[in-house]
Ligand binder design. Structure first.
Ligand code: MRU
Length: 339
């Protein structure tokens, strides 16, 4: 099952707001509908957003009345969520083909879709090898936050893809998934994916993560990324930074897994990464139920930034950068894909 695809002239995607109760496919025929789906997180996760951006430009090229309208639609998609660099990247990649016509734009978007599947397989191989070497433990318990599985990409994920590869190699003792308030991507999506993989897993409340690391409950932390700055600072789901601090204190490897397309060399450090602020309603309510007294305000940053000095390694589809050994994105050139 693909998270997002192009089917008979429209974008189809699994509506992730309905999981785990229902698996429903949304068929989106306009860019306005796709933008709304991105904003309400019906499709989410950096690699999936990259594919959504590219397919959305194809949709615009076929459906919007003229070049100006196409450009405006692409721009609205580009701005739908600011932190995940893949969304803007996917839009720009596809938009570059607009002068050659809608079919060329669609071909580029489909290539980005297909490339994501290969990239995730490669990250799985690089990441599983790294973890086996880093921890020396067999089998391994990994802790993760948010959802970085197939639902965050096209078919197979990034950080959760590494857990999947470990599981396929018989090396995964257990995955500990943080529930990931406020929208519960860990509880609703990651637990659902791990169950479908047949991988041993348990759910953990977000605030228990660092303490469980201190008590030796996990051999490594695996997270994804929405944007990696040139110095390795990494924006990812809020809660990642607390896990990184806990991991450093406990001496547990903290590994970021993301495709090359998530690296933003134009942003020198994490300080330059725009963090999406979401609606306070997501915090004071839970799936339609009010939690806090009427009138309670809330801060709701969707992401945080983990400084590069807390990151053991960044794993991409083309390289492993050992920040703990003084390596950097600039010093380790991309190499071959593995699969
Ligand atoms: O708000 P979300 O659900 O889009 O946040 C997603 C994450 O933070 C993921 O960890 C990140 O996009 C990497 S997905 C492979």
């Amino acid at each position: 099952m693909r998270t997002i695809d192009w089917v008979d002239g429209a974008v189809e995607l699994i509506d992730q707001t309905l999981l785990p109760e229902r698996v429903e496919v949304l068929r989106l025929r306009t860019v306005a509908d796709l933008v709304a789906a991105v904003r309400r997180l019906a499709v989410r996760g950096a690699p999936a957003l990259g594919v959504a951006g590219a397919l959305g430009v194809a949709l615009a090229a076929y459906t919007e009345p003229g070049p100006e309208a196409v450009r405006a639609a692409a721009e609205s998609l580009r701005r739908a969520r600011p932190t995940a660099v893949n969304l803007a990247w996917g839009v720009d990649q596809a938009a570059a083909l607009l002068p050659e016509g809608p079919d060329a734009v669609l071909r580029r978007a489909l290539a980005i879709r297909d490339d994501d599947v290969e990239a995730c397989l490669s990250m799985g191989e690089y990441g599983a090898d790294l973890l086996a070497g880093l921890t020396g433990t067999r089998p391994l318990t990994v802790m993760t936050v948010c959802n970085t599985g197939g639902l965050a990409a096209v078919e197979r994920g990034t950080a959760l893809g590494v857990a999947q590869t470990l599981h396929e190699r018989g090396l995964l003792a257990e995955a500990l998934a943080l529930e990931t308030r406020p929208l519960l991507q860990g509880a609703r999506l990651t637990a659902w994916e791990l169950a479908r993989m047949g991988a041993p897993h348990r759910l953990v409340v977000d605030s228990a993560g660092p303490f469980l690391l201190a008590r030796g409950h996990a051999d490594a932390v695996l997270i994804g990324a929405d944007r990696i700055a040139a110095d390795g600072d990494t924006a990812n789901k809020v809660g990642s930074y607390a896990l990184a601090l806990g991991a450093r204190r406990a001496g547990v490897p903290f590994v970021v897994v993301a495709p090359e397309t998530t690296i933003d060399m134009a942003t020198p450090t994490g300080a330059g990464i725009e963090i999406e602020d979401r609606d306070a309603e997501e915090v004071v309510t839970l799936r339609g139920h009010r939690l806090a007294p009427e009138g309670t305000g809330a801060l709701n940053p969707a992401f945080d930034v983990t400084p590069h000095d807390l990151i053991t390694a960044i794993v991409t589809d083309r390289r492993v950068i050992r920040l703990d050994k003084g390596e950097s994105l600039a010093s380790v050139p991309p190499g071959p894909r593995r699969a």
